[in-house]
Design a protein around this ligand. Structure first.
Ligand code: SF4
Length: 440
């Protein structure tokens, strides 16, 4: 029996899974957890691994937005997980998702610590009377900048710290990332909270499906502010006299034993906390410089990536047939094949998405290139979402050959020093579609 079939917790389409509302997936119920504490001690990670093993199927994900997911629960085990998290002192966040950079308050290069404003905003939203009814997937980013800023994270509402002549102000923008969202105001912290509450009340009045993109309003002129893309949260990050080691999970997923082993290794080397980060990463704090090389070696020995130049960082990959009944594709095997046969597509200059089905869980936004599982075979979507109509479809058995053709095409056509992205911009989509299908 599919463990999701004994689900008794109602799950509304369009809702977000949480500890209180697990979501049925192909491998049972999935719980998404946003711990209230920024960092958890290695012992707490061991507890999470043990709970994933005893109440779920032992598989954990870290999502692109830096949330933890525990997979393979049942209607019987999900409440037990909730109680065990309580007992372990791992309190989940609830309410509107307010996201801050993972090193807020620790990063000397940030413009402002986003934490206090995020906490004040959370309290202000919780205190609204009557309570606001907002879209379950509505997200607010409070971004103080820094090496791991959330400039590339899409949100319904963004508050970005901007250094003005006399003080830090918060730039409020709507529907997008720092580069694309529409700026509407530049305010101090207390005014910013009032303005965000005003915008949320407008959304509340429009109904529970309303999102940031539904808000009207004049675009503010702010020519002086230029967001900067963050570095990948992988590898060694120096913070004044402290070091953080960023680790990426292979395809965003890890089994409980490997996670517990990592927590053991890092604790032995001095790590005091491990925190979730966007782009499916974990940040380990507390290492002395002398221990970093050993920590990297041990983490890599357990399958974690610590190389910020790893070509796999360009990839977004969902659970696929290894963990989801909806999948028409073994996404992890396709990702391995892509790395082996078409490394030119993974030079990090373009986004590549592998999706088990058109739902596109791992990368809801557009990607330069998407491989998507369909009943007919593997589809290629160019400059679109997994749910868009594929430009070409190949039978699953022909996929490796199609990827090798794409790689050969890029090598042949690329000018010296040209990246995959600039080649793609220069030639357009059609030749890539043709090469994938083997018509040239
Ligand atoms: S995109 Fe499809 S196959 Fe992948 S996890 Fe989501 S529902 Fe499952």
């Amino acid at each position: 029996m599919n463990p999701a079939s004994d689900l008794t917790v109602p799950f509304r389409r369009g809702a977000c899974p949480s500890v209180l509302t697990p979501m049925p997936t192909g491998d049972g119920l999935l719980v998404r957890l946003r711990p209230r504490a920024a960092g958890l001690a290695p012992a707490q990670w061991r507890t999470l691994a043990q709970l994933a093993r005893s109440h779920g199927n032992g598989i954990l994900d870290i999502t692109a937005r830096g949330n933890l997911q525990i997979r393979g629960l049942t209607a019987k085990t999900a409440p037990k997980l909730r109680a065990a998290l309580d007992a372990a002192g791992i309190a989940p966040r609830s309410g509107v998702a307010i996201e801050t950079p993972p090193l807020s308050g620790l990063d000397p290069s940030e413009t402002a610590d986003a934490g206090p404003l995020a906490t004040a905003l959370e309290a202000a939203i919780a205190g609204c009377k009557p309570p606001l009814t907002l879209a379950p997937k509505l997200a607010i980013v409070v971004d103080g900048g820094g090496v791991l800023s959330l400039a590339d994270m899409v949100a319904d509402l963004r508050l970005d710290a901007v250094r003005c002549a006399d003080a830090v102000r918060w730039r409020i923008s709507i529907a997008g990332n720092a580069f694309s969202a529409r700026p509407v105001a530049l305010l101090d912290a207390s005014q910013a909270i009032k303005e965000v509450l005003r915008l949320l009340r407008l959304l509340d009045a429009r109904g529970p499906a309303a999102r940031g993109r539904d808000l009207a309003g004049e675009r503010m002129d702010d020519p002086a502010w230029r967001p900067v893309s963050p570095r990948p949260p992988v590898g060694v990050i120096a913070l004044d006299d402290a070091f953080v080691l960023g680790l990426r999970l292979p395809y965003g997923q890890v089994d409980a034993d490997r996670l517990a082993g990592l927590a053991d290794d890092l604790e032995e080397l001095g790590v005091t906390d491990m925190r979730l980060a966007p782009h499916r990463a974990l940040l380990a704090r507390g290492l002395a410089q002398a221990q970093i090389a050993t920590a990297r070696r041990r983490a890599e020995g357990r399958g974690f990536c610590t190389d910020p130049d790893d070509p796999g960082l360009a990839l977004s990959v969902c659970a696929g047939s290894a963990g989801c009944a909806a999948a028409k594709l073994d996404t992890h095997a396709v990702a391995d094949a892509l790395r082996a046969t078409a490394p030119t597509l993974l030079d990090g200059t373009a986004s590549v998405h592998i999706s088990g089905c058109p739902k596109g869980c791992a990368h809801p936004a557009r990607a330069s290139l998407t491989l998507v599982g369909t009943p007919e075979g593997t589809g290629l979507v160019l400059s679109g979402r997994a749910g868009d109509a594929p430009a070409a479809v190949v039978a699953s058995g022909d996929l490796s050959a199609a990827l090798a053709r794409l790689d050969a095409f890029v090598r042949r056509e690329r000018r010296p020093d040209e990246t995959f992205s600039t080649l793609y911009d220069r030639l357009g989509e059609k030749p890539f579609e043709t090469a994938f299908q083997g018509r040239i």
